[in-house]
Design a binder for this molecule. Structure first.
Ligand SMILES: NC(=O)c1ccc[n+]([C@@H]2O[C@H](COP(=O)([O-])OP(=O)(O)OC[C@H]3O[C@@H](n4cnc5c(N)ncnc54)[C@H](O)[C@@H]3O)[C@@H](O)[C@H]2O)c1
Ligand SMILES: [Zn+2]
Ligand SMILES: [Zn+2]
Length: 380
């Protein structure tokens, strides 16, 4: 047990006081972990677009003050009552969706939508007592998706923590805690393209490029990348994308452009933008008879998906996924091993690095569409 176990820890955290306003590094108090919780020392965290959506809170339920962050790597500082499979010193990746290992979903081979710990973006407190573990002068600060990794220490439910190989460099594998595993799994576990097939990827951020990487690993022969940002096309070549389409270059819907390029449609598509029109295009660009579209992007609260039912009658399939259908505790350690065995390269996703004090720069990079993932070093 560490010397701080059972005590309140005072440390630095980046607090979002208001929607869309720069985060402020504050000294916060982090309470000890309660029943089935663990307290983590975060060493590296990175920024995913989902943090930015809920920080902007334009199409989402606002909840402030809040500590964002869900893509990270760290070390267990102490564990709460009832935690038996983690101990102080373990290397871990926290995950925004959990695995209790007991519910129907956790027992099903097909689902990772745990009844107890599935993603809940509106909840800002811990499950066991509906309270926050973070405070400033006694005033609670809300959690985000059960992880809140923009803090030197955070408290997470044990079911949302994957124990990984301690030899894995946390400054690289932290990106597997959300975006890269999500994109990779969306293709390999859900879209399941076959050797020689054609795959369209909508949105060439880190999640979409990880989906492209999955298509390359599966042996797809055509990987068509679609993005509104022409800067993305250069990055995409390193991820096996073979052709590019910028919807802005065409005066007809992008699904028609893709259908023409592919003799009726692609075999598989994966949507990684969060834009509802791109979701509809991703569905309508798959071939009839066998085409499968997989939605990954997080939509706005009031979005609705509209397509003609005949698109489904024509034997197309529409699916969606959280975290690429990986079960966080059971499956993530083996995704880390893919990196360790050099089957999966992570360095090419990491385009920036900033010290914790400059965390707002990571938001600027994401908003300007510059680069893919920015690693935030907590000790710097
Ligand atoms: N389902 C999940 O489990 C899960 C997990 C992680 C992230 N996400 C979501 O995945 C999406 C991608 O995340 P990211 O971190 O890679 O974001 P990102 O901002 O780095 O990438 C998104 C890309 O989509 C492009 N884009 C936006 N609208 C478009 C449109 N209409 N047509 C074509 N391209 C368009 C942008 O130019 C950008 O390059 C986000 O919506 C994020 O919230 C979902
Ligand atoms: Zn994410
Ligand atoms: Zn469960």
């Amino acid at each position: 047990m560490s010397g701080t176990a059972g005590q309140v820890i005072r440390c630095k955290a980046a607090v979002a006081w208001e929607a869309g306003k720069p985060l402020v590094i504050e000294e916060v108090e982090v309470a000890p972990p309660q029943v089935m919780e663990v307290r983590l020392k975060i060493l590296f965290t990175s920024l995913c677009h989902t943090d930015v959506y809920f920080w902007e809170a334009k199409g989402q339920t606002p909840l402030f003050p809040r500590i964002f962050g869900h893509e990270a790597g760290g070390i267990v500082e102490s564990v709460g009552e009832g935690v038996t499979d983690l101990q102080s010193g373990d290397h871990v990746l926290p995950v925004f969706t959990g695995e209790c290992k007991e519910c129907r979903h956790c027992k099903s081979e097909e689902s990772n939508m745990c009844d107890l710990l599935r993603i809940n973006t509106d909840r800002g407190v811990m499950l066991s007592d509906n309270k926050s573990r973070f405070s400033i002068n006694g005033k609670p600060i809300y959690h985000f998706v059960g992880t809140s990794t923009f803090s030197e220490y955070t408290v997470v439910h044990v079911g949302c923590v994957a124990k990984i190989n301690p030899a894995a460099p946390l400054d690289k594998v932290c990106v597997l805690s959300c975006g890269i595993s999500t994109g990779l799994g969306a293709t390999l576990n859900v879209a399941k393209p076959w050797k020689g097939s054609s795959v369209a990827i909508f949105g060439l951020g880190a999640v979409g490029l990880a989906a492209a990487e999955g298509a390359r690993i599966a042996g797809a022969s055509r990987i068509i990348g679609i993005d509104l940002n022409p800067k993305r096309f250069n990055d995409a070549k390193k991820f096996g994308v073979t052709e590019f389409v910028n919807p802005k270059d065409h005066d007809k819907p992008v699904q028609e452009v893709i259908a023409e390029m592919t003799d009726g449609g692609v075999d598989r598509s994966v949507e990684c933008t969060g834009n509802v029109n791109a979701m509809i295009s991703a569905f309508e660009c798959v071939h009839d008879g066998w085409g499968v579209a997989v939605l990954v992007g997080v939509p706005n609260k009031d979005d609705s998906f509209k397509t003609h039912p005949v698109n489904l009658l024509n034997e197309r399939t529409l699916k969606g996924t959280f975290f690429g259908n990986y079960k966080p505790r059971s499956d993530l350690p083996s995704v880390v091993e893919k990196y360790m065995n050099k089957e999966l390269e992570l360095e090419k996703f990491i385009t920036h690095e900033v010290p914790f004090a400059e965390i707002n720069k990571a938001f600027e990079y994401m908003l300007s569409g510059d680069g893919l993932r920015c690693i935030i070093r907590m000790d710097a």
